[in-house]
Design a protein around this ligand. Structure first.
Ligand code: C2O
Length: 535
């Protein structure tokens, strides 16, 4: 195993897209930021030095950070921010993981421009469990606002209204030639006929679940969220913010130019999507004057495609890569997801949009929860997050006006070390319906079941897949439906769980688990590093 070192300078840079120039926060002046390359088993040290006037904090999305929440990164959850003029080294080992993950700012909405790929190669001498590609490429899907992103975020906070949607989707930071002033801002992937490519696709968008396709070509899905899956062929993929998907693409079509495209999957009634990002799959030797073949994406509201696609996702589950699904569970949690309205004296209408789990809107603490837990600092959080809603109701059939107000609190749930946990996330129709990509820090989990309507504890568990369910770190909870996940709480620490739609996180759709220490020598939280940012 090697030690991989990176220096990340947080600097503001002027960038222009869609005929608008604006200063954006970047790492080393790059947008998207640099890729972290490592191998399974490596130690990675990333020293972040903040030269910008914003507080910063970076999360290594999907890395388990075993016993080492200090390197996880969410601001006020595992650390206080890296202030302007200071540095912090994220120092972690990559154990038992290989594949595509990503990193992003985990404070305010700065991840709009502060993000990049993490590529973890298998150990030296270990091959992929699928045909070895000739070449690999990372495709980061994102969103671009012409306005300052912090101003957009504040619309949500100050006015109590939904913030403006982005102006374009992007592929590797570029919207592509369908947008004005964007010919230069088009990503092109050059391929040679007859060769196989591994595409590492990352949804770094703030608020949009996306369909992704390559015109004229099929893709074979081989990995999701850095876990190998049973390969299957498809002409489009569905990917929520936070998720990653690796596909094999064979350059086996007539040499030419083909659009690569990403646009929103919207199962809620929303304005027309005119933000489709495109890039070009360019066969070597074909003149760039040739018009690219147009993509054939599923319709923005194609829930049928979405549910069929999700049913195809299964763990590889071979002796070498077994799916270690907990067959029994010690703890049953049932959380409702609600969007609603709370009073807000300073807001335009006197009310403010809120989001909640079990009717609790999470309030960010002033110091890191992990510090508060580790050093036993009282009064920062309470360990009384309810295991189920206070009152049962018809989750997907309740009137829109029911249950609009939520209670505020920094309330967490304690999980016993090594206990097995089942969590059912149930969407509700309160106020609006929208699907929610839930991300759990510090863990992968198994998606054992999913359904539309109200979860039925008497019927649905019998249908769970406990053999080869997909293992991942971020999962969509379908609109008006539910998702059941299982995991073993074997990573002591404080671990954030939240909707990866940034607008919903801002509104409070988040909570955290405190996983207790075990009794063994390797079962306790590691001591904090010396340079941990002070609160
Ligand atoms: Cu990718 Cu808590 O986030």
């Amino acid at each position: 195993a090697a030690i991989k070192k990176y220096q990340f300078d947080v600097v503001v840079k002027n960038v222009s897209r869609l005929c608008h120039a604006k200063p954006i926060v970047t790492i080393n002046g790059r947008f998207p930021g640099p890729t972290i390359y490592a191998r399974e088993g490596d130690r990675v040290i990333i020293n972040v030095t903040n030269y910008a006037q914003y507080n910063m904090s970076i999360h290594w999305h999907g890395l388990k950070q075993f016993r080492n929440g200090w390197a996880d990164g969410p601001a006020y959850i595992t650390q206080c921010p890296i202030k302007s003029g200071s540095s912090y080294s994220y120092d972690f080992n990559i154990t038992g993981q290989r594949g595509t993950l990503w990193w992003h700012a985990h404070i305010l909405w700065l991840r709009a421009t502060v993000y990049g790929a993490i590529v973890i190669m298998p150990k030296e001498g270990v091959l992929y469990p699928f045909p070895q590609p000739h070449q690999e490429a990372e495709l980061l899907l994102g969103e671009w606002w012409n306005e300052d992103v912090e101003a957009v975020e504040n619309q949500g906070n100050m006015l109590g209204l939904p913030p403006n949607m982005s102006d374009a989707h992007t592929i590797n930071g570029k919207p592509g030639p369908l947008f004005p002033c964007s010919d230069k801002h088009t990503y092109a992937l050059e391929v040679e006929w007859g060769k196989t490519y591994l595409l590492r696709i990352i949804n770094a968008a703030l608020n949009d679940e996306l369909f992704f396709t390559v015109a004229g070509h099929n893709m074979t899905v081989v990995e999701i969220d850095a876990v190998y899956c049973k390969p299957f062929t498809t002409d489009a993929i569905l990917i929520t913010p936070g998720q990653t998907t690796n596909v094999l693409l064979q350059a086996n079509q007539a040499p030419g130019r083909y659009f690569i495209a990403a646009r929103s999957f919207m199962d809620a009634p929303v304005p027309v999507d005119n933000k489709t990002a495109t890039a070009i799959l360019q066969y070597k030797g074909v003149p760039t004057t040739v018009l690219p073949l147009l993509p054939n994406l599923p319709a923005p509201n194609d829930t049928n495609f979405a549910s069929k696609y999700l049913q195809k996702l299964k763990s590889l589950n071979t002796p070498q890569y077994p799916a270690k699904v907990p067959l029994t569970t010690d703890r049953h949690l049932f959380y409702t997801i609600g969007l609603g309205m709370n009073p807000c004296p300073n807001c335009l209408n006197g009310t403010k949009l809120t989001a909640s789990l079990n009717n609790i809107t999470f309030v960010m603490p002033k110091i890191g929860l992990l510090q508060a837990h580790y050093f036993n600092i009282k009064g920062v959080f309470r360990l009384d997050f309810p295991d189920k809603p206070m009152t049962a109701f018809n989750y997907t059939g309740a009137p829109l006006t029911a249950n609009l107000g939520t209670s505020l609190g920094t309330r967490l749930t304690k999980l016993a070390y090594n206990s097995t946990v089942e969590l059912v996330l149930q969407d509700t129709n309160l106020l609006t319906v929208e699907s929610h990509p839930f991300h759990l820090h510090g863990y992968n989990f198994f998606v054992v079941g999913q359904g539309i309507g109200n979860f039925d504890p008497n019927i649905d568990p019998a249908k769970f897949n406990l053999v080869d369910p997909p293992e991942r770190n971020t999962v969509g909870v379908p609109t008006g439906g539910w998702t059941a996940i299982r995991f073993r709480a074997d990573n002591p620490g404080v671990w954030f769980m939240h909707c990866h739609l940034e607008v919903h996180t801002t509104w409070g759709l988040k909570m955290a688990f405190v996983v207790e220490n075990g009794d063994g020598p390797d079962q306790t939280i590691l001591p904090p590093p010396k340079d941990l940012p002070p609160c």
